[in-house]
Unconditional design. Structure first.
Lengths: 469, 1060
């Protein structure tokens, strides 16, 4: 079903609520994008936050509206007109086709913004007392009533808000409850209606204004440790751990020096986090001195309060700080770990990623293939070898690797692994490899494979792909 | 060559697992020279018949078996050694399926023990050594001593030597000898790709995500014996045991003797005597003045034939079911059809109403010993009451002895593309684009040009692979569903013959085989089908009795009435059975039916078969004496004489294959079967060459041969045999007579049988008014639930019923009718009080404007009054008769007529007040738009413009992308033809417009008028002028393919399924 349409689609007669099949039948070239109500809601909430530059009192209204209480905000700008225009223009730059209305009451503004046939990115400001006249020609849907009531009113011929002005109130209530009268009174300003603002988010930030400018590494470290203690207490209370931290040092010459670190798992241990940052203090140029230090968390994750294990080793906690220090010192891209990938092909069964890379945290140890033995070391590029083996697919008796012959004492195989047909196939492979685990007379174990099935007319190609020990 | 039999084969009847059809498996195994192949799908025997049919004559035996999966023990392959064991296996599966929901089978170890006698069991081991499994195996070795084996497979996983050694060791210890298998999933290694895709569909993931959940390689295909011998060279005994087991499993499908149920109440007569007894009784009833010689001879001939083929119980059962329906109170109308139904026997048994005395040629096709066909009788019942018949069959024969046949729901191109596309990671967008713009390309796949048109690159490997795989997947069984009404009834327990499972529908049980399987096994089925027109006819008979007097039956309708045929020739057939569609209606004036047999042809000719075979025009030319009637050969004269040398019926196509192409009866039968299923198996191609070359070799024109074959292909889609057309033609005549003689009765019965047929109530009502029927509005003081006829002149006025109101519940409407018995209602409040209707129903009545009898109160005033009733306060005032309370009177804005019409359409999908287009007439006239009635006076080829509401949009698969559009204004309808290029240009208007203006050239063919569209204008927005904030709810006809694509396809499918 279509959740929303853009102006071009609306122009050719598509509308929300239409089935996809129906819409496609009419406009085969239609481009579809999956609806993302959660994403939309978040974007709207962010936008509402952003709007707080115009008024401290903003709130989200339904799936597509934002309330701004601009009472008393106007002295800051030239006029309501200018404020609304500025808002809509800025929204347009953010790719929102917004319509704005300013009125005495939330209800009137709501009705005008939605039902007054405003073109996209335009505004209308109702002068004080103009609401009654402005609302009269608008459909009753502009009263924020349930769809059922709206429809009933229309059936009764009460189609425009103005149709209700002359109605006696008494007969309306038994028929529609008090909603119709209340919404009408709210829109016309006969009844108060407050707008609830969005809750401000507490910033996870601590800052310290220094009594006098500092410039030594020791002094910075000292300040850092104090800030860190403060910040970590706050994180711990919220049950959160930092994944990404930034220390900003404001210099007296109005420049800012920043250093940042990441962690491999959320942490609120002040010592550990402070140590990571301390290692980078050398990067800070203090100039003529630093007057303000500010420590800010850029990314957090929930951390279940953990009971310390009796066996400290089981905790794994000891490795994390080391990993963090290595990664922050050598660069996150230079400290890697292997993660399992779901593939039969040996070279695709594992992948190296940065230890700080978060995207693979759902991998579990059981994701490693355990059914078949795999070499401890896998060659990135299999080495061609010469092999003597009974046809068609018995294990090799002897092979020559880098000109050194190895007589096979024990062998197992073949393990047949098909290439992934949905990728580009390798030429001349039959789409398979036959792998053999072999042990030579010196007890060394190798992993060999023959590319493709044995064919009498061609010499088979053999490779060494890894070592077991 | 090493002797080998593959004993573990999973076909695509293990849905989303096996990747080859059973027939492909059998063919490949035979090709490798296997001694036998055992079909062992997971907890089902669904695919065995197909494999068995394929293996016949190949020299390789097909072992019937099953892989049993349990809830509490390892799986085993179960192979019955004899017939008794087969019955036990079937019973075991029936038990498991009946205790589980649809599509599942719940089996426990205890069930196996109880049914293990006579079975060879092959236990399937886990991948890795497992002491628990070994313990279980030892238990099995003791419990099933001598009959239990352990499956050994060479898995190519590296440690096979070790694993086989372990298996051999535990097999030795447990006394369950090792047997070689390859645990086959596909017949050739190339199918591994499709198997991976199926696995992904099952796992609901893309091919990239599936990873190690897929098989590591393509080794699970059928392998030649030599290769199996090499893989098992250390275990030659395991290989030899495959032959040993194959030799032990002597059960053959041919041994399944299907036994028809004994009829009860024979009073000591044998079934043969009983049939003769009943037929003779029927002869006396049918011909009280004495039976004509011709009929006597025919009856005797048929009785002898039935006796020879031992089909007496079948006829008795059909008779019993029909008799049951006829003796209900009130009786259920029913009618038989099919080759065996068009017989003197069935006429005498009152299964059909086609009188053999009236001398037509239908009866020569009864049964025949050479044609080797099972008797075919379908019985249609009133659609609203068929369930009574079905439940009677379950009651009478019990669920142990009666079950519905299955329908194997196969992947069609669309679904295949959707599933494969998802697996291959194509965007939903791309898949929708591939699927969405194409109507009916399911057989040929997607031409490259089309792909390019969609902005996709046909050279893209992914896309090409997706299309190729989707094509391959097309025809794969996806799940089993129930046949529309085909019952299998047996003497012994049906579950011993074939596993029975629960259907999705409550109170239904379904067997695992479909009609082709049953056909192959020569198991008889009786089709108990639903037909809306029978409901309508019965209701019409009731109305005639009530308002005009006299009780009619199908047989008592006067035949050959000229007025009826005049009406049919004028294509005045809205609502008439079968010949009401636009295609049929435009054929009628050309075909000019004048007698019953003409109707038979009319029904059969407007079908994909004759159309694809290009047989329609030659027939029409010959009928109009514009072309000489010739026969391709003297031999074919017999076959084609009654259709003027042009093959029109499915039977004729079969006869041509035999007479002209030298097919044997058996081959013709195979061809018939291939026709029915060719989409799935693709085997019809073999017949093509044989038939065409066969005909050419016998000196027939190649062109004619090719057209004959094309037609056969068309029949494969929607075949229409003469034997069915004959019964349908009778209903065509009866419904035409009703419409002609009593138009108000017909319209009333039709409205009361909705939903059915081609048209929406709006069109039926309009047609009735065109036939001088006075139609009265729904009113709380006059209407019943159903539409009714009121007292009046020769043509009674038709009062619309509450059933037309959207959202109105029948039990609520009945309250109105019951309360009205004590006097009319004077105010809405009074009605509410006396009926106790809920607020929703009251509003429905108000919206439908059903309060006019209260001093002309309109819907708005009624709604205001109803809204003011506080239903919870009612009991307090129950004793009061006056208004509940005085309240301020309110002046609501008056409603314009246009608003009323829009509201009428919204509430009942029709308006008696005025046609919506009439409101716009002045502005239309100003633009030079004509009324549709003016087309009648327009010269052929002139360019004109008309406008109307869109009723039906159709794009027949046979018409090459042409759209047929029907529009309606206040004076009538206009038929529009939109060629493909015009459609592409005006697609949005055609698909989305509710009021359109069409400019085009008029095309006249006799009295048939078409407007060939050149330009279209969307006027839908102007309907908004009727009511500025509501849209007109246009009642598209039921046959509209845009709004109801699913429904229509389903109808088509049901129809096509019934006529093989």
């Amino acid at each position: 079903m279509l959740a929303a349409v853009d102006p071009a689609a609306a122009l050719v007669g598509l509308a929300p609520g239409m089935s996809v099949a129906d819409a496609r039948a009419r406009v085969p070239e239609l481009r579809l994008v999956d609806a993302d109500p959660a994403g939309d809601a978040k974007a709207l909430a962010d936008f509402a936050d952003w709007c707080s530059r115009f008024s401290p009192w903003t709130s989200v209204d339904g799936p597509d509206g934002i309330w701004l209480d601009v009472t008393g905000c106007v002295p800051l700008v030239e006029s309501e007109q200018a404020l609304a225009q500025d808002l809509v223009a800025r929204a347009a730059r953010l790719n929102f086709a917004a319509r704005a209305a300013v009125a005495d009451t939330p209800g009137a503004a709501w009705a005008v913004a939605r039902y007054d046939d405003l073109p996209a990115s335009s505004i209308r400001v109702l002068a004080p007392g103009e609401a009654r006249k402005a609302l009269a020609p608008l459909p009753v849907a502009g009263l924020r009533l349930s769809p059922e009531i709206t429809q009933d009113l229309r059936r009764l011929g009460l189609k425009r808000i103005g149709d209700l002005y002359g109605m006696a109130r008494a007969p309306l209530t038994p028929r529609f409850g008090e909603a119709v009268a209340r919404r009408l009174d709210q829109a016309l300003g006969l009844v108060e209606e407050p707008i609830s603002p969005r809750q401000p988010i507490m910033p996870r930030l601590v800052r310290r204004i220094l009594a006098e400018p500092i410039s030594t590494a020791d002094a910075i470290e000292h300040g850092l440790v104090q800030l860190m203690a403060l910040l970590c207490r706050q994180l711990e209370e919220e049950g959160l751990g930092a994944r990404h931290l930034e220390l900003a040092c404001f210099r007296i010459d109005a420049r800012v020096e920043r250093i940042g670190v990441g962690t491999s798992r959320p942490s609120h241990q002040p010592d550990h986090l402070a140590r990571l940052l301390t290692e980078k203090i050398g990067e800070i140029a203090p100039g003529f001195g630093i007057e303000v230090m500010q420590l800010r968390v850029l990314a957090v994750e929930p951390m279940a309060p953990r009971q310390l294990g009796l066996d400290a080793k089981a905790d794994g906690g000891a490795v994390a700080p080391l990993v963090d220090r290595l990664a922050n010192r050598l660069g996150a891209r230079n400290v890697l770990r292997l993660i399992p990938e779901n593939s039969h092909l040996p070279e695709r069964a594992a992948r190296a990623v940065s230890v700080l890379d978060d995207r693979h945290r759902d991998k579990r140890p059981q994701d490693w293939p355990v059914a078949r033995p795999r070499p401890i070391r896998l060659l990135a590029h299999p080495d061609p070898i010469e092999v003597m083996a009974p046809v068609p697919d018995d294990p090799p008796l002897m092979f020559r690797w880098r000109r050194i012959p190895h007589r096979v004492r024990r062998a197992e195989g073949p393990e047949r692994i098909a290439l992934e047909w949905w990728r580009e196939p390798e030429a001349g492979t039959d789409g398979i490899r036959d792998y053999y685990r072999v042990e030579d007379e010196a007890g060394r174990r190798f992993w060999l494979y023959r590319r493709g099935l044995y064919r009498p007319e061609t010499a088979p190609a053999w490779f060494l792909h890894g070592f077991f020990a | 060559m090493s002797d080998y039999a593959e004993l573990t084969v999973t076909t695509n009847f293990s849905f989303l697992e096996g990747a080859s059809h059973p027939a492909e498996m059998a063919r490949q195994a035979a090709f490798y020279g296997h001694r036998a192949i055992a079909i062992t799908d997971r907890n089902t025997l669904g695919g065995v018949v197909r494999a068995w049919v394929e293996s016949k004559g190949s020299g390789m035996r097909c072992i019937i078996g099953c892989r049993l999966d349990f809830r509490n023990r390892p799986s085993v392959v179960c192979l019955p050694t004899d017939k008794a064991a087969y019955h036990r296996l079937s019973r075991l599966l029936t038990i498991g399926k009946r205790r589980a929901p649809k599509g599942e089978c719940w089996l426990d170890a205890a069930d196996l023990s109880a049914h293990a006698e006579g079975q060879v069991l092959i236990v399937l081991p886990p991948d890795d050594a497992d002491p628990i499994f070994e313990k279980q195996l030892r238990k099995d070795g003791q419990a099933f001593a001598g009959n239990c084996y352990l499956a050994g497979q060479h898995r190519y996983r590296g440690d096979d030597a070790e694993r086989l050694a372990w298996l051999a060791a535990i097999a030795e210890r447990a006394g369950t000898p090792l047997v070689a298998t390859n645990d086959v999933l596909y017949h050739v290694p190339e199918r591994r790709v499709l198997q991976d895709v199926l696995a992904c569909v099952r796992l609901k993931c893309t091919i990239e995500q599936a990873g190690r959940r897929l098989e590591a390689h393509a080794e699970r295909h059928l392998k030649p014996g030599v290769e199996m011998a090499r893989l098992f060279r250390l275990y030659p005994d395991a290989l030899a045991r495959t032959i040993e087991i194959a030799e032990r499993c002597r059960f053959n499908m041919d041994d399944l003797k299907y036994e028809y149920p004994d009829e009860e109440g024979l009073e000591g007569r044998t079934v043969a005597e009983e049939l003769v007894f009943r037929v003779e009784q029927g002869v006396r009833d049918r011909y009280p003045e004495g039976v004509p010689d011709m009929v006597r001879k025919q009856v005797d001939h048929e009785l002898a034939l039935v006796a020879e083929l031992k089909y007496e119980p079948y006829f008795l059962t059909v008779h019993d079911i029909v008799r049951f329906a006829r003796t209900r109170e009130p009786p259920i109308l029913c009618q038989g059809r099919g080759s065996a139904a068009n017989s003197a026997l069935c006429y005498c048994l009152t299964i059909t109403e086609i009188n053999p005395a009236e001398g037509n040629t239908l009866f020569e096709r009864f049964l025949s010993r050479d044609r080797n066909e099972p008797p075919d009788i379908d019985v249609d019942f009133e659609h609203e009451r068929r369930e009574e018949v079905i439940q009677h069959i379950y009651d009478h024969y019990t669920r142990e002895r009666a079950g519905l046949a299955a329908t194997v729901i196969c992947y069609r191109m669309r679904a295949a593309l959707r599933d494969v596309g998802k697996v291959m990671g194509l965007s939903a967008d791309a898949v929708a684009a591939l699927n969405g713009t194409i109507w009916g390309w399911s057989q040929d796949g997607l031409p490259e040009a089309r792909v390019r048109e969609l902005g996709l690159d046909p050279g893209d490997k992914r896309l090409a692979l997706t299309l190729m795989l989707a094509q391959e997947l097309t025809g794969f069984p996806r799940h089993l569903s129930q046949h529309v009404g085909g019952f299998v009834i047996t003497r012994g327990p049906l579950g011993d013959l074939v596993p029975i499972s629960n259907a999705a529908m409550k109170d239904r049980t379904v067997i695992e085989w479909d009609k082709d399987d049953l056909d192959a096994l020569r198991i008889l089925k009786i089709d108990v089908l639903a037909l809306g027109m029978l409901t309508c006819v019965r209701k019409a008979f009731d109305l005639i009795e009530q308002h005009h007097g006299g009780r009619h039956t199908m047989a008592s309708i006067p035949q050959g009435v000229k007025g009826v045929y005049d009406m049919i020739c004028a294509a005045d057939t809205i609502g008439v059975f079968q010949i009401e569609s636009r295609a049929q209606m435009s054929m009628l004036p050309r075909l000019k039916p004048r007698k019953y047999y003409d109707l038979v042809i009319e029904v059969a000719i407007v079908r994909p078969g004759p159309i694809q075979g290009d047989m329609v025009h030659p027939y029409l030319r010959r009928r109009d004496d514009k072309e000489k009637v010739t026969y391709p050969s003297e031999a074919l004269r017999q076959v084609l004489e009654k259709t003027l040398g042009v093959p029109l019926f499915q039977e004729q196509a079969m006869r041509i294959a035999m007479v002209a192409a030298g097919f044997t009866a058996g081959e013709a039968d195979e061809l018939r079967r291939a026709m029915a299923t060719f989409k799935q198996t693709g085997t019809i191609g073999n017949f093509r060459d044989r038939m065409i070359e066969g005909m050419v070799a016998r000196k027939y024109d190649r062109d004619f041969a090719e057209r004959c074959f094309k037609q056969i292909e068309g029949f494969g889609n929607y075949g229409f045999p003469e034997s069915h057309a004959a019964s349908f033609a009778l209903l065509v005549y009866v419904s035409s007579w009703l419409k002609w003689r009593h138009p108000e009765v017909f319209a009333c019965a039709l409205l009361n049988s909705q939903p059915m047929g081609f048209y929406a109530p709006a069109q039926i009502v309009r047609d009735a008014r065109d036939h001088q029927v006075e139609v009265r509005e729904i009113d709380v003081n006059d209407s019943d639930w159903d539409c009714t006829l009121e007292a009046g002149g020769a043509v009674k006025p038709l009062r619309l019923g509450f059933r037309l109101i959207k959202g109105m519940a029948e039990d609520e409407a009945q309250k109105v009718i019951a309360a009205r018995a004590h006097g009319a209602f004077n105010t809405p409040e009074e009605l509410a009080r006396r009926t106790g209707l809920n607020a929703r129903s009251l509003e429905c009545l108000a919206k439908a404007d059903a309060f006019r009898s209260m001093a002309g109160m309109d819907r708005r005033a009624a709604l205001w009054a109803i809204k003011g009733i506080e239903t919870n306060r009612l009991p307090l005032f129950a004793a009061l008769d006056g208004p509940i309370a005085q309240e301020v009177s309110v002046a609501l804005p008056p409603m314009k007529l246009g608003e009323h019409v829009v509201a009428d359409y919204a509430a009942t999908s029709l308006s008696l007040k005025r046609h919506p287009v009439a409101f716009l007439r002045d502005s239309l006239t100003a633009r030079g738009i004509l009324k549709t009635e003016a087309l009648g006076q327009t010269r052929d080829g002139r360019r004109v413009m008309v406008a109307g509401l869109v009723l039906v949009r159709q794009r027949p698969g046979t018409a090459n992308g042409t759209i047929f559009l029907t529009i309606e204004d206040e004076t009538g309808v206009a038929n529009i033809i939109i060629w493909k290029d015009r459609f592409e240009k005006y697609r949005r208007i055609v698909m989305g417009g509710s009021l359109v203006a069409v400019q085009g050239r008029l095309q006249r063919e006799g009295i048939v008028l078409h407007l060939v569209a050149e330009h279209l204008i969307d006027l839908s927005a102007e309907l908004g002028d009727l009511d500025w904030d509501r849209k007109l709810d246009v009642p598209y006809a039921r046959a509209d393919e845009v709004l109801r694509p699913g429904e229509d396809q389903r109808d088509l499918k049901i129809r096509s399924r019934d006529f093989h």
